[in-house]
Design a protein around this ligand. Structure first.
Ligand SMILES: Nc1ncnc2c1ncn2[C@@H]1O[C@H](COP(=O)(O)OP(=O)(O)O)[C@@H](O)[C@H]1O
Ligand SMILES: [Mg+2]
Length: 387
């Protein structure tokens, strides 16, 4: 795992539990923003089988990409790094012909990870396909500052939570791949799981503690290194931050992970227009709100002295979620100078209701997660953990 604080090249894998949440739109335009600040940036389309990052960059997909690299030994990783039309921005295409990250072999995955870690750049943004396949999670865990994109809708929020939960479990599997006792414990947890219950990370840590105090300390310190960021996409109103705060609470309480919030993007028709014309956002809406929002994220990343711990302005806004909420409120006012008073429901009722929905939907989610984790453990490949 690359700890991005003080790292020369900062790796940001960008994931989502659900597809269609605006991940690739974010990767393309955040990349363009970082590059425009003079940061040498490389974008990697790792959504194998569903590659479309090039369209958001306004590039035709003629160049060789990840698919060629893994299927043709004569193609080196340097061969697939292509210049983009934007200064400081390079692009590594994916491949629509490769049938997804799920089918990468262990050796192919290791080779990709090793090559990505060696790329010469300031920032490396990886557009991961959706879903919780363990190969996708392994790319997410390349860095301690992965970004999770979610819309404010409950299914997307739950999938983001599920993704992170799988990631923490996978991190424990990687960390203890050479530790027979802990590996057996993790395998048993998956096997013995009851349909409607799932052990919290805290209870897994207790189990590890019973085996070995040292192993438990290692597990805690590995989990504590994770500083994932959440990006809210296709937001509708400032109150959407309430369900995001619920997600944060779930993550903190159940996963022992302290997430950050990188920012809030409103649903913006300019995106559709840009997609229709196959050009980046900057070409259709120079003054659009979404560009301002993405620019702000890029600034938070670049100017943060203790990246990934954001935001910069720690004295004023120590809490990145609170800052995102304030920004969402200000942005809302900038597009709706006189917002209507909502008469139907008070925001508090709405959020309580939403939270209850979240918790009950969680049960179905857990069942799905169990299957993924079961598959993950059955296919688990042992090997040295990433340093
Ligand atoms: N902030 C936004 N406002 C409006 N539409 C958006 C926004 N972000 C993404 N979209 C639209 O949603 C669709 C899916 O976005 P995409 O980035 O491809 O999702 P993902 O990569 O998560 O599957 C695209 O057609 C895009 O036009
Ligand atoms: Mg995508």
């Amino acid at each position: 795992m690359i700890i991005n604080e003080n790292a020369e090249r900062k790796i940001l894998p960008i994931a989502s539990g659900k597809g269609g949440v605006g991940k690739s739109v974010l990767v393309a335009n955040l990349g363009i923003a970082l590059a425009s600040f003079g940061q040498r940036t490389v974008l990697i389309d790792m959504d194998l089988g569903g590659s479309n990052l090039h369209t958001y960059l306004g590039i035709k997909n003629r160049a060789r990409g990840i698919g060629n690299f893994i299927s043709d030994k004569s193609v080196s990783f340097a061969d697939i790094r292509a210049r983009s039309p934007y200064p400081n921005l390079d692009f590594i295409p994916g491949d629509v012909l490769v049938t997804g990250a799920a089918n990468l072999s262990y050796a192919q995955k290791r080779s990709l990870i090793a090559n990505i870690e060696k790329l010469d750049a300031d920032y490396i943004l990886i557009d991961l396909g959706s879903g919780t396949h363990f190969n996708t999670i392994d790319f997410f865990l390349m860095s301690n500052s992965g970004v999770l994109v979610t819309t404010p809708q409950a299914p997307s929020i739950l999938n983001a939570y599920g993704f992170l939960k799988n990631a923490v479990f996978r991190l424990l599997q990687q960390t203890f791949s050479d530790h027979k006792g802990v590996t057996r414990l993790l395998t048993d947890i998956v096997k013995e799981r009851q349909p409607n219950s799932t052990p919290t990370i805290a209870s897994i840590l207790n189990g590890i503690e019973k085996l070995s105090k040292r192993a438990a300390a290692t597990a805690r310190s590995e989990i504590a290194k994770l500083r994932p960021s959440i990006v809210v996409s296709m937001g509708d109103r400032p109150e959407d931050m309430e369900i995001v705060q619920s997600l944060r609470a779930l993550i903190e309480q159940n996963l022992n992970v302290t997430p950050l919030c990188l920012g809030f993007l409103y649903y913006d028709y300019i995106v559709r227009e840009a997609v229709g014309e196959t050009v980046p956002l900057a070409l259709v809406g120079r003054d659009s709100l979404i560009l301002k929002e993405i620019d702000r994220m890029a600034q938070k990343i670049v100017h943060s002295e203790r990246f990934p711990e954001m935001p910069l302005d720690l004295d004023e806004y120590e809490d990145s979620f609170e800052l995102a909420a304030i920004e969402a409120e200000q942005d809302y006012r900038s597009i709706n100078p006189h917002p209507h008073t909502r008469m139907d429901q008070s925001p508090d009722d709405a959020s309580a209701e939403e939270f209850i929905r979240l918790i009950s939907a969680q049960k179905a989610e857990i069942r799905e997660l169990q299957q993924t984790i079961r598959a993950l453990t059955m296919q688990q490949q042992s090997g040295p953990r990433y340093g």
